[in-house]
Design a protein around this ligand. Structure first.
Ligand SMILES: N[C@@H](CCC(=O)N[C@@H](CS)C(=O)NCC(=O)O)C(=O)O
Length: 283
């Protein structure tokens, strides 16, 4: 029997979805094939020194196994490692297309943090300040402040605390002129997101992302799009409703539409066992 491994996961994370889709696809079972360690992002447990020792980026997912010389800390690599147990099934037919899709959804300019945390005007900023995301950012901030106080010259805590504070401070400030540059930057970022969604549409092969069978391209793109839809306040059970995400992007790019290939692909992939098990609701 193959070795048992450990996954580090959080229901608050989008990228753990890549790993969970792969686990279902391969029929692997919790406690039998792998152990689960939960890492709370809203408490900043991903910043705990013990966790940073496993994943120096302080992100989830991570995967450890006795045969691995070091943990795997990128979701796309974790999927491949899981897929390599037994017969590989998630290698794409069209490797070049798949790589473009995977690189696109993981690119910093497509980060769903834009949708979750940023604002383009006073109304959006006020809504964000009154939302769960404010609590989330403050939870991380207090944990980072605590870890930085304990290790004031630790490079990770120095840079992460400053990075998180740059956003938290906008949430702490009264909504006003100090936010104008943030609004402008956010608007520009929505233009880039719209272009990225168009690019994703053009890359999709159909019926699945990289061809006639489900592959790693699908399982990297699904968690990204689900999280974007959730961040746009789509009712979480309305898995096929692109309206809220479209309207959010249209505020910056009025003629933006989720493309027909994306819609057809999403309907196809949503019928798979792994999608149904991991995404019964958008998250
Ligand atoms: N490139 C990494 C990104 C992982 C990532 O950013 N995970 C997020 C949750 S979806 C996280 O842990 N964020 C915590 C933080 O940035 O503080 C991957 O694909 O695994």
């Amino acid at each position: 029997m193959a070795e048992k491994f450990t996954i580090y996961t959080s229901p608050e994370s989008q990228w753990v979805g890549v790993m969970h889709l792969a686990l279902v696809e391969k029929g692997l079972k919790q406690d039998v094939d792998y152990d689960v360690k939960e890492v709370s992002l809203s408490n900043g447990d991903n910043f705990a020194p013990d966790y940073i020792a496993i994943n120096p980026n302080g992100t989830v997912p991570s995967l450890t196994a006795p045969s691995l010389s070091k943990p795997i800390t990128e979701s796309a690599d974790i999927l491949r490692w899981i897929d390599a147990r037994g017969t590989k099934t998630l290698a794409p037919e069209d490797a070049a297309r798949s790589k473009e899709i995977v690189d696109l959804v993981h690119s910093p300019s497509m980060s769903t943090n834009l949708i979750l945390f940023q604002a383009r005007d006073a109304n959006e900023m006020t809504n964000k300040k009154n939302s769960f995301w404010n609590t989330f950012l403050e939870g991380r901030q207090s944990r980072l402040d605590k870890e930085l106080a304990a290790q004031p010259s630790h490079p990770f805590y120095v840079s992460k605390t400053a990075e998180n504070l740059s956003v938290t401070s906008l949430y702490r400030a009264d909504v006003g002129p100090t936010h104008e540059d943030f609004y402008k930057m956010t608007d520009d970022m929505y233009r880039t997101l719209a272009a990225g969604l168009d690019k994703l549409d053009s890359l999709i092969a159909l019926p699945y992302a990289a061809g006639s069978r489900v592959s790693e391209a699908d399982y990297n793109a699904v968690p990204w799009l689900s999280h974007a839809m959730m961040g746009a306040d789509t009712p979480v059970k309305d898995v096929q409703d692109f309206g809220p995400l479209e309207r959010l992007v249209q505020k910056t790019v009025p003629d933006f539409k989720i493309g027909s290939k994306t819609r057809e692909w999403w309907a196809n992939i949503a019928k798979t066992k792994a999608f149904k098990e991991v995404f019964p609701a958008l998250h």
